[in-house]
Design a binder for this molecule. Structure first.
Ligand SMILES: Cc1cc2nc3c(=O)[nH]c(=O)nc-3n(C[C@H](O)[C@H](O)[C@H](O)COP(=O)(O)OP(=O)(O)OC[C@H]3O[C@@H](n4cnc5c(N)ncnc54)[C@H](O)[C@@H]3O)c2cc1C
Length: 363
């Protein structure tokens, strides 16, 4: 049985970004249940960076990630992962709000008509958030895994944790194929399965709840859409952004409670998305090019969980990344690594209070 300093359960962006920061100082293995890392939530996102998103505790993590995403160190990637598009938060009545530290400006109806030709008259006010950008998620995830491996980390796919037991100072981890591993620390970065993994390791569930979200790629009878801003309903009923000259990515902003699974879109949610879209602009809908769904997993207070379990020694949570796990991943990886290894935090996250993310907050 091979013994590791740290075994990370889950090879999505959470496990990969944390792994990239710790592999140089601890012998680390990522175990991933699927054939390839990123098969679940990480591979299904809407792929945008929106600093105002996620509330006052999450937004600083996004802000602290922006420099890295835009201008990563040369030994991490040759070019940045962001493509600037801006976001318009739409309202039918009050001015939309964003956290005070987020740069945004008001857009009156006249300008809104120029920015979004064909927008329905009921949308009278908008807030423009210029820093919103697309993230090249596949390249970012691959770069984290590359750095992880370069620093000595190993990845084992088709390796599903079945159970783990703590004995003395270490874990004995049983995989579904009958093999076993040893580790001093077990990191739970299992996304929608985080509570199930806790169960399997004898830790208390924290109430990490998976919620399904649907995306639709829609071809419409309008051109020039590639660089359309992210159009976001301030009431949280839809968002869409340009994908190509004549197609958009659209979501009904659904949040359907579900068990952890290989999520698939429900046709009712696809229809809801299109119905809401047709209330925003007069662009004819031509056809659905594709649709998909993924799980966004939230802790009860919708703040992610980074830290050692309050009861079970050597069990580290890296879960509850909700709808912001990609855009927060650089800062989350650094913050998580400093909590896990006990060292001083990296300068870019030194102003962020790690106790906000502690699993101990759930009592
Ligand atoms: C439709 C949609 C749109 C989104 N849009 C955005 C966006 O625009 N911007 C943004 O920042 N975020 C967005 N998100 C959120 C983001 O995708 C997630 O927060 C992020 O991918 C979570 O990463 P993760 O590594 O925790 O989870 P995952 O990528 O799901 O990885 C967890 C991994 O753990 C593995 N695993 C589970 N159980 C076991 C086990 N027992 N043994 C071994 N492996 C196991 C799974 O196979 C899985 O690969 C979106 C999500 C969805 C679904």
């Amino acid at each position: 049985m091979i013994h590791w300093d740290i075994v990370i359960v889950g090879g999505g962006i959470a496990g990969a970004s944390l792994g990239a920061q710790i592999a140089a100082s601890r012998r680390t293995l990522i175990i991933e249940a699927e054939e390839h890392c990123g098969y679940h939530s990480t591979g299904r996102s809407a792929a945008f960076f929106l600093e105002s998103y996620g509330g006052p505790i999450v937004s600083p993590l996004s802000a602290a990630s922006a420099d890295f995403l835009g201008n990563p160190p040369s030994d991490f990637a040759d070019s940045g992962f962001l493509h600037r598009r801006g976001a318009l938060h739409l309202s039918q009545s009050e001015w939309p709000q964003v956290p005070p530290q987020v740069v945004a400006r008001r857009v009156e109806r006249d300008e809104l008509e120029q920015m979004v030709p064909g927008i329905a008259p009921r949308w009278t006010k908008a807030l423009f958030e210029p820093s919103c950008a697309d993230i090249d998620v596949a390249a970012l995830h691959a770069a984290f895994l590359r750095q992880f491996r370069r620093n000595g980390g190993a990845v084992m796919t088709r390796a599903r944790l079945r159970s783990a037991r703590r004995g003395g100072e270490s874990w004995r981890i049983a995989l579904e194929d009958g093999s076993a591993l040893g580790a001093n620390v077990l990191v739970n970065a299992a996304g929608a399965w985080a509570d199930d993994v806790a169960d399997a390791c004898g830790a208390q569930r924290l109430g990490i709840a998976p919620k399904r979200r649907t995306m639709v790629q829609l071809k419409v009878g309008r051109t020039g859409l590639k660089n359309l801003p992210l159009i976001n309903d301030s009431q949280g009923r839809f968002y869409f952004k340009g994908e190509s000259d004549q197609s958009i990515w659209l979501s009904p902003h659904d949040e359907i409670a579900t068990d952890p699974c290989d999520a698939a879109p429900d046709e009712v949610d696809v229809a809801t998305a299109i119905d809401r879209f047709q209330g925003v602009v007069d662009w004819p809908v031509e056809r659905i090019e594709r649709s998909w769904a993924g799980l966004r997993s939230f802790a009860p207070d919708r703040v992610p969980v980074y830290g050692f379990d309050a009861q079970v020694p050597g069990f580290f949570w890296c879960a509850g990344q909700g709808g912001f796990g990609i855009q927060t991943s650089p800062a989350a990886g650094l913050l998580g690594a400093s909590i896990l290894l006990g060292g001083p935090p990296h300068a870019s996250v030194a102003h962020i209070d790690p106790t906000s993310f502690s699993p101990a907050r759930f009592g």
